[in-house]
Design a protein around this ligand. Structure first.
Ligand code: T5A
Length: 228
């Protein structure tokens, strides 16, 4: 008999422009996973380990950073995160929910800052490799409305202080990512009322959980690669 191994966990990422409502969305994701009895951990980027959180402080707190420095720091923090948190968790069967991941670099540093996409692809390959998201929820919001939502914040960080044109390019780059990866992207209209946004996210998550559980059952059947 083969030793029983936990199936690999799933990586779910949450993306969107400023003010898209990620905080509410994260709660909806948690609700579905808890109801399904799935063990998970929540994490974020930039950040997720003490070292990566220190890089986050630098990234968001610095007065000015060269675009290339910003890109490299995003990927430096991501490497720590992938190797020390995400990969080990997935290997033990935990699901991982990350508040932003590599798509944010295509959107903010690629779209927003105008860095060549091919360079980001190379870094993605070297730093993230096969540890790609299984499901990405993109909270889609008109950048103007998103900025309106965060206008009242007492303190904004270096990136939030960018101009509208920057966030319009970020929005376009997210759309491009979604077109390139339709198999894992789900777009949610984040300008709707909170209850609608919550409902859509819960439906998407439930479908994803059901499909994953179905796949585990199929993989376990005798004759299949993981079957006993
Ligand atoms: N970044 C990150 C990069 O440039 N490259 C990268 O590779 C990565 C990983 C930090 C920054 O780093 C950049 C992107 C970011 O600029 P962050 O910590 O995720 O990333 O920063 P924020 O985007 O600022 O995240 P927030 O936690 O602030 O989330 P949201 O989604 O902006 O805001 P949230 O959920 O607080 O909602 C905003 C406001 O809208 C209201 C909320 O109550 C709140 O007041 N709201 C709604 N109002 C009406 N209707 C709804 N449906 C609403 N939903 C929420």
């Amino acid at each position: 008999m083969h030793p029983r191994t936990e199936p690999r966990g799933r990586l779910i990422t949450l993306e969107g422009g400023e003010g898209a409502g990620k905080t509410t969305a994260l709660k909806s994701i948690q609700t579905v996973l808890e109801a399904a009895g799935i063990r998970y951990l929540m994490t974020r980027e930039p950040g997720g380990t003490p070292e990566a959180e220190a890089i986050r402080e630098l990234l968001l707190g610095a007065e000015h950073l060269e675009p290339m420095t910003e890109l490299l720091l995003m990927f430096a923090s991501r490497r720590e995160h992938v190797k020390k948190v995400i990969e080990p968790a997935l290997a033990t069967g935990l699901w991982v929910i990350s508040d932003r991941y590599v798509d944010a670099s295509y959107a903010y540093q690629g779209g927003g800052r105008g860095i060549d996409r091919r360079l980001i692809e190379q870094l993605d390959q070297a730093v993230v490799g096969a540890c790609q998201a299984d499901l990405t929820l993109l909270l889609d919001i008109d950048p103007k409305l998103g900025m309106e939502r965060i206008r009242h914040r007492p303190r904004t960080d270096r990136i939030e202080n960018e101009r509208l044109a920057f966030f319009e390019r970020v929005w376009q780059a997210y759309q491009q990512q979604a077109r390139q990866h339709p198999e894992r992207f789900r777009i949610i209209d984040a300008s709707q009322a909170r209850s609608r946004v919550r409902g859509e996210i819960e439906t998407i998550l439930k479908d994803f959980v059901t499909a994953t559980q179905h796949k585990h059952q199929t993989d376990k059947k005798p004759g299949s690669p993981d079957g006993h």
